[in-house]
Design a protein around this ligand. Sequence first.
Ligand code: NAD
Ligand code: UDX
Length: 463
Amino acid sequence: MKITNICCIGAGYVGGPTMAVIAQKCPHIKVTVVDLNEQRIAKWNDADVENIPVYEPGLSNIVAQSRGKNLFFSTEVDKAIEEAQLIFISVNTPTKTYGSGKGMAADLKYIELCARQIARVSKDNKIVVEKSTLPVRTAEAIKNILDHTGNGVQFQILSNPEFLAEGTAVDDLLNPDRVLIGGDTTPEGQNAIQSLVEVYSNWVPKERILTTNIWSSELSKLTANAFLAQRVSSINALSELCEKTGADVSEVAKAIGMDSRIGSKFLKASVGFGGSCFQKDILNLVYISKSFGLHEVADYWEQVIIMNDHQKRRFAKNIIKTLYNTVSGKKIAFLGWSFKKDTNDTRESAAIYVADDLISEQANIAVFDPKVEEKQILNDLNTLESRTDEKNAKGIQTYNNAYEACSNAHAIAVLTEWDEFKTYDWQKIYDGMLKPAFVFDGRNLLDKNKLEKIGFVYQAIGS
Ligand code: NAD
Ligand code: UDX
C-alpha cells in the first residue's frame, strides 16, 4: 500500500518530533498528530513556533516548514484515525503506580484505549504501528482487541520502536543509526512492513532499515535502553571507587573507551541517569523476566537501577557531609533541573531526588534552569510521596538567572550539563557567595583548575 495519510496518536516528546521529520521528508504524505491534551495541541499550533511544547534544538524550524501544509496537530482523534492508512501509537507507557506489577510493569491502559478507539472508528483496512516502547508480546494484545472489537476490517500490527534521545532528537531522526521494523511473517505482514519501509526510505538509506519479526523488535528496544543505562551505572559504580583510591574516573573512562571493543560513548560519570525511558524500561525488563521465573536475569538488570539510586543519594549525602554535616537553613543553588542538556523534559531527573533529600534536611534550594518552568519544578517535587505543596513552598525557589540563584548561597550543585554554565563569569558568582564557596559538579562540566584558582572548593564526581 502506498502511504499518503498518516495519523499519530500522542503529541509528546516522541510523536511530535518524529512526525515533524516524516512530514518534512515526505511532502506527499499528510501527517496528523492527535492528542487528548488540548493545551499541548494548542502549544503545537501556537502562532509563535518557539512556543511548541517540546524544546529540541532545530525542531521549531522543522515544524515551521511543514505545519499547515502537510503537518497538522489536532484533538480530533476519531477523524484522524478514520482518514489514515497508517496509525502510529505514540502514547506514554509509564511504570504502573497501582495494583499488580506496581512500581515495575508498564501501564498499558493508554495503549489499550488507543486500540479500542482505532477498532471502533476504522471503516477500512489499516496498518497500526507501535511507536511507544512496549513489553514484548504487546502486539498480540493489540491484535486481539482490534480483531474482536473492530468493524470487520483487517489490521496489520507493526513494531517500530523509536531510538531518538532527547536533546538530539532532530539529528537522531534525520540520521538514525538504524530504523527497526518488526511485523508478521505472513505475506500481509510483509506487505505492511514494506509500506513503512517506503516511508522511511524517503531519507534513510535502505541498509539502515532493519526488518525483523515483531517480538524481536519489541524486545530490542527494551534491551537497547538497558544496555545504555548499564554503561552509565557501570561508570558511576567506578566513580565511587575512584574517589576512594585516587584514580580519576574521566581518565579511566578515556582509557577503557579507547578499546574499540568497549567504545567511548556513554561512559560519562554523573549524578545518575534520568529521563522517562531508562528506569521505566529496565523495570519492565525485570518484570517480564520475573514473570517467566527468570529471577537471576531479573536481579542482574535490577542492579543497574539500584546503582543509579545509590549514585543520586550519595551525591546529596556528600553535599551534607561537606557542608559540616548540616544544610539546615543554607541556600544551595542548583544549576539545571532537566534530566540532560538541550531538553525541557524533567522526568526522573536526578535533580528531583537530590532536591528531595536536601529539603528533608531543611536546606533552601535555589534553582535555575534555562528551559524548565517553575510550575514544572514544583510539580516534579509534588509527585514524590514525601512532598506536599506546603513543604515545597518552604524548601525551593526558582530564579530567572544563575547569578541571582547563586547569590548568598553556601554551595552550588551542577545537576545538568547545559553548555551555557561553562561560559558564566565565575569570579562574579564567587564574589556573590558565602565563603567558603563550594561547587559540587554532578556532571563534571566545569574547569576544576579555573574554579580552584578563583577560590572555590570544587568537587567532581569520581576524583
Ligand atoms: P509523552 O508523555 O511526552 O507523550 C505521550 C502523549 O500521549 C501525551 O501528550 C498524552 O496526552 C497522549 N495520550 C495518551 N493517551 C492518549 C490517547 N488515548 N489518545 C490521544 N493521546 C493520548 O511521552 P513520550 O516521551 O513521547 O513517549 C511516548 C512513548 O515513546 C513511550 O512509550 C516511551 O517509552 C517511548 N519513547 C520515548 C522516548 C523519549 O526520549 N521520550 C524515546 C523513545 C521511545
Ligand atoms: C534514551 C536512549 O538514549 C534513546 O535511544 C531512547 O530512545 C530513549 O532513552 P534519553 O533518555 O532521551 O534517551 O537520553 P540519553 O542521552 O540516553 O540520557 C539518559 C540519561 O543518562 C541522562 O540523564 C544522561 O545525562 C545520562 N547519561 C548519559 C550519563 O549520565 N552518562 C552518559 O555517559 C550518558
